[in-house]
Design a protein around this ligand. Structure first.
Ligand code: ADP
Ligand code: MG
Length: 678
């Protein structure tokens, strides 16, 4: 028979460091035929493995020629070498090198998976080969559940699956006892006898004596090459597989499909699930805070929009001074020069734009609308519930907002009772129902205190025995205890201590059209806002953006931490699986395939983390919702369905990006070195 493998003048030099190198093979020339069972013998360190790696296409850094059929390995590109390893050679190693987290079947079909062979054909071919090595009943087991001899038979099946011409076995029986050694040897002989070239490295004289030819290497040189005249070729089981029909017709795709890559990645992740779940929860914190931030900022926006809508009378324009911060309450001057200027501005604007309306002292009224939750003004009610003329904590309620109404004010949101007027009375929001318990607050007389500490003025203004006349429900605002009182009534008390300085002016217009024209004009003024709602909105927006910004920082930090964590874990995973990567390369995996397997793993980690993040965020949102509701009565959190996709998307993108470096490191690993790793 023809010589199917020719090694011609091959030299191999290992670089040890910058200055030194070591020549492991010296001018090796040897040729092999199909059907030979060759034993390579020689002392440890003589260069046997080096030669096997060159013949197997794992190492292409040599001089000379290795000719297999019509191919010269020294002239092949990396891609062609991958193809050569996949189709032409099968490797069997001393330490079996099965992939522990894959089943026997999956280990054997791995090379087919790398070629994107269909599931049915894969199983069929693998079962046939496993039958030939006597393992058809073990296909569902994991490698750790098999004995050494069985493992080696799996490895042989894996080497045979692509129907290669050459089987390279580097000390295949080195880790086996005598009986199993003979079984493995018998299989290797059958493979050779069915027409393939089997080259095995061995230390055992007995093994060598059974082979058809023994080549001895010493210090990188062939020192003897003997044909065994007594070798008997037997008619054995046929290890030549029937080629699948489609393999002949259309060339096999070289691709590991994304689906298979994900399947492989899933198996691997499953093998170290605790690690992966812990990592996913770490990442989930970042994703969760991102979600929380989204819900919060859209919650604030929604809240503001709703507040705007609750604006009760569209013919009333409210002019307020814009506040710089939550604790700042800017007031108009007592003399009214400021508002006079604004009034003239409005009138000019209206006239210029053809509106038949003039702001006069009759339709302009001052107001005192202040936030009393934080800052220089606070307000509270006292109600002696048990009539013991002593006030305890539960007989006092804080007012969050003091709202004075103009003379022409009609409250459209009155749900109970009557309007408060200039002759007295206050109205409250439904938030006070709890305070009064079972009884209706209407008609009750309370003591109202406003504590003002502003611009050198420090005074508590008491309004005793004032009657609650009505309850006002402005939907979104109703969670807050808000007090409505007539401006003139309030100022009749205030004026005892100081000259009133309004925080607000009201303009009663004739139509909504005029109101919006005035509002348009006011919005061009610096330092003023057109309505209470708008100033409230500004206030909440600033509050919201403070919280929002800290959440953005928190989520960015935790996402960066997550990314680093994924990088570290994936990186460690690459080092742990160096050998596996070597095995994958030996069966023809390309850089691209390895990259794809590791990227799929980061993809899965991302997906898992995204899902965990959703769960974490869900709990956080619920908790925050209930805390906010019980503290301030509102919870500006809105959840939108597409946030789920944002969370999953961000999580997956971050994971894939952080996994890129480890994946490319895995792809670049040198197969010979990886396989040598213990
Ligand atoms: P064998 O398989 O016959 O025991 P090897 O082929 O593994 O021997 O090694 C042959 C010689 O090459 C040994 O001396 C070994 O130390 C050396 N060698 C193998 N790999 C490397 C390497 N990557 N760098 C430097 N020297 C190496
Ligand atoms: Mg060796």
């Amino acid at each position: 028979m023809d010589e199917m493998l020719k090694v011609v003048n091959v030299n191999k030099i290992y670089k040890i460091n910058k200055y030194e190198s070591f020549q492991a093979l010296h001018n090796i020339s040897v040729a092999f035929k199909s059907g030979e069972l060759v034993s390579i013998v020689g002392e440890s360190g003589s260069g046997k493995s080096t030669l096997m790696n060159l013949i197997g296409g794992l190492d292409s850094d040599f001089t000379g020629n290795i000719i297999v059929g019509d191919q010269d390995l020294s002239k092949l590109s990396d891609k062609e070498l991958d193809r050569y390893r996949k189709d032409k050679v099968g490797f069997v190693f001393q330490s079996f090198n099965l992939i522990p987290h894959l089943s026997i079947l999956d280990n054997v079909t791995l090379a087919l998976t790398l070629s994107n062979v269909g599931e049915k054909e894969k199983v069929e071919r693998a079962t046939n080969i496993l039958k030939l090595v006597g393992l058809e009943s073990q296909i569902k087991k994991k490698p750790t559940q098999l004995s050494g001899g069985q493992k080696q038979r799996v490895a042989i099946a894996r080497a045979l699956i692509n129907n290669p011409d050459i089987i390279i076995a580097d000390e295949p029986t080195g880790a086996l006892d005598t009986t199993t050694t003979m079984q493995i040897l018998k299989i290797l002989k059958e493979i050779a006898d069915s027409g393939k070239l089997v080259i095995m490295v061995t230390h055992s004289e007995k093994v060598a004596s059974i082979s058809s030819r023994v080549v001895e290497i010493s210090d990188g040189r062939i020192v003897s090459d003997k044909i065994n005249e007594n070798y008997k070729k037997e008619k054995a089981k046929i290890f030549v597989q029937k080629e699948a029909s489609d393999k002949k017709n259309k060339p096999l795709k070289q691709n590991l499909s994304y689906l298979s890559a994900i399947k492989l990645a899933f198996h691997n992740m499953w093998a170290s699930k605790t690690k992966n779940i812990l990592m996913a929860f770490g990442v989930a914190i970042g994703i969760g805070s991102l979600l929380l931030m989204l819900c919060f900022s859209s919650g604030i926006t929604d809240y503001i929009n709703n507040t705007m809508k609750s604006y009760s009378d569209p013919t009333i324009v409210t002019i307020s001074k814009q506040s710089e911060s939550l604790t700042d309450i800017p007031l108009f001057d007592a003399e009214g020069t400021e508002i006079e200027e604004i009034k003239n501005g409005i009138n000019d604007y209206l006239a210029k734009n053809g509106y038949d309306y003039v702001v006069t002292d009759d339709n302009l009224a001052p107001g005192f609308n202040v936030m009393t939750m934080f800052g220089p003004i606070s307000a509270y009610l006292e109600y002696d519930k048990n009539n013991d003329s002593e006030i305890t904590e539960d007989e006092r309620i804080s007012i969050y907002y003091l709202y004075t109404t103009p003379p022409y004010y009609t409250e459209t949101n009155l749900v109970e009772g009557e309007m408060a007027t200039s002759s007295g009375g206050i109205m409250l929001t439904p938030a006070v129902y709890n305070f009064f318990g079972e009884e209706s607050p209407i008609g009750k007389k309370v003591d109202f205190f406003v504590d003002i500490n502003l611009q050198g003025f420090d005074q508590e203004i008491p309004i005793n025995r004032v009657e609650i006349t009505g309850i006002v429900d402005t939907s979104v605002m109703s969670g807050f205890p808000i007090l409505y009182i007539d401006y003139n009534f309030f100022m009749s008390y205030y004026a005892n201590y100081a000259t009133p300085q309004p925080s607000t002016y009201y303009i009663q217009t004739e139509s909504e059209k005029i109101s919006s024209a005035i509002n348009r004009y006011i919005s061009t003024l610096d330092g003023y806002t057109g309505s209470i709602e708008e100033s409230l909105a500004n206030m909440f927006q600033s509050m919201g953006s403070t919280i929002g910004n800290s959440l953005v920082i928190l989520s960015v930090i935790s996402l960066v931490v997550s990314a680093i964590m994924i990088l570290v874990v994936m990186y460690m995973s690459v080092s742990e699986r160096t050998k596996e990567i070597g095995v994958l390369k030996s069966i023809g995996a390309r850089k691209k395939d390895i990259h794809r397997i590791f990227s799929s793993e980061s993809f899965l980690v991302g997906l898992l983390s995204g899902v965990c993040g959703l769960i974490v965020a869900g709990f956080l949102i619920l908790i925050i919702y209930f805390i906010l509701i019980s503290l301030v009565g509102i919870a500006p959190l809105s959840f939108k369905w597409y946030y789920i996709f944002i969370a999953l998307g961000v999580s997956v993108v971050i994971s894939i990006l952080s996994g890129l470096y480890p994946a490319s490191k895995a792809a670049r690993l040198d197969p010979v070195e990886s396989l040598r790793r213990e």
